[in-house]
Design a binder for this molecule. Structure first.
Ligand code: S3P
Length: 183
């Protein structure tokens, strides 16, 4: 029988903007005693500029380079909950780096709920278009296969409170990490 390598003890959250990665990630980290990390926040910290400014002055490709560099810099860590930017799955290299980090969980939500959550927020440059709803729809459809390819497990957060979503991810992590006494 082929032995599977042990899953590194990090939880990586992927998913579209507005699926709850940061809020749910913080709860998971608090409950497990893991450290919470947010790749968007690390990019902003390293660049010394907000994401919208990076997109406007250096362009999306530059932001993507920074995102990959941030992800690679986390490679040696353990016991982290890592919330990622919604576009991190676009690069195959990022998908590999995330798999090496540990359990990759995809959060989803219905298009309506995502729209409600992101509509009034101007911090997301990709949705600052004439018709954000149509942009959101097109991006979701285009990215769907990449989220599916990146994640080992998916949780639909459409009707879930953040606390319940955090518990569900923790239960899955206990199985993935084969923790003794997993409830
Ligand atoms: C992006 C999502 C954002 C942020 C950037 C690009 C995307 O992160 O990384 O605006 O391409 O979907 P959130 O998913 O945390 O909003």
């Amino acid at each position: 029988m082929r032995r599977m390598p042990a899953t590194r003890q990090n939880i990586v959250l992927v998913g579209f903007m507005g699926t709850g990665k940061s809020s749910i990630g913080r709860l998971i980290a608090g409950r497990l005693g893991f450290v919470f990390v947010d790749t968007d926040a690390l990019v902003v910290e390293r660049a010394g500029r907000e994401i919208a400014e990076i997109f406007a002055s250096e362009g999306e490709e530059h932001f993507r380079e920074m995102e990959t560099a941030v992800l690679a810099s986390l490679a040696h860590l353990e016991r982290r909950v890592i919330a990622t930017g919604g576009g991190i799955v676009l690069r195959e290299r990022n998908r590999e780096l995330m798999r090496e980090l540990g359990l990759v969980v995809r959060l989803t939500a219905s298009e309506d709920v995502i729209y409600e959550r992101v509509a009034r927020n101007t911090k997301r440059p990709l949705l600052q278009t004439e018709n954000p709803r149509a942009t959101l729809s097109a991006l979701l459809a285009a990215r769907e296969p990449m989220y599916a390819a990146a994640a080992q497990w998916t949780l639909d957060t459409t009707t879930m409170a953040h606390g319940a979503a955090a518990e569900a991810v923790i239960a899955e992590a206990r199985r993935a990490f084969a923790w003794q006494g997993a409830k």
